[in-house]
Write a protein that binds this ligand. Sequence first.
Ligand SMILES: C[S@@+](CC[C@H](N)C(=O)[O-])C[C@H]1O[C@@H](n2cnc3c(N)ncnc32)[C@H](O)[C@@H]1O
Length: 248
Amino acid sequence: MSRRDDLYRHQTASAGSFRFDEQVVEVFPDMIDRSVPGYALLVPMIGQLSKRFVQPQSVVHDLGCSLGAVSLSVHQALLADQPPAGVRIVATDNSPAMVKGLQQALEGLDQSAISVEARCADLRDSDFQNCSFAILNFTLQFLELDARDELLQRLCAGLRPGGALVLAEKINFDDPAEQERLTHWHHDYKRLQGYSELEIARKRNALEAVLITETEARHRARLQAAGFAQVTRWFQCFGFCAWVAEKA
Ligand SMILES: C[S@@+](CC[C@H](N)C(=O)[O-])C[C@H]1O[C@@H](n2cnc3c(N)ncnc32)[C@H](O)[C@@H]1O
């Protein structure tokens, strides 16, 4: 069980100080669930979606996997029916504390039909050859803007025909009034989850210039330029969106 996230209740946070370190890892499942509306739906749904795209003898990449919630969801979903043969799930994160937590979660997991490999590495160094399904669940937003185009181009090039990427991101809006409304409503969600005004303000400050959002139009343009044939938005709550990008 994850500890309740009270990180910013007692400590101040300088602008841009947010890191995926031991302190965050200790409270991460609670933090992401109470901060990202829909996270509890997205994780099992990505597992469910994986059944449509994962091909036998292929690799699934969970990029920026944190504690492996999505990898474990895909593993469970694929095992539920007739599991495709020869599938490997590669879960990559560059936070040693996260990967340590994932390795603990993998202890005792039956990997005889489908393996889950935890990798502590920069996701940009991944080899996407033979991949049929990839997930960037609230991870791309932590990469420098410059790195995003190349990553998605390489990913799409490596994907097998018929494969897909699930991308989930916090986005921003061109219309300042819409941006303001949805920011307020997201903060209402956080209040509903028990966060105080001070905690909301401190976390926002800590994420300044660490989490860099883009518009949906920018994401769609990048996915299209990378070579994805079809992009479908299947989830939105406030500024939190998820798309399936399919390769023809
Ligand atoms: C918001 S969390 C992602 C949540 C996770 N995908 C899930 O569904 O539970 C972002 C993660 O991306 C990782 N990350 C950020 N930049 C990365 C990079 N360049 N390479 C690998 N992992 C990265 C962070 O360490 C963090 O664990």
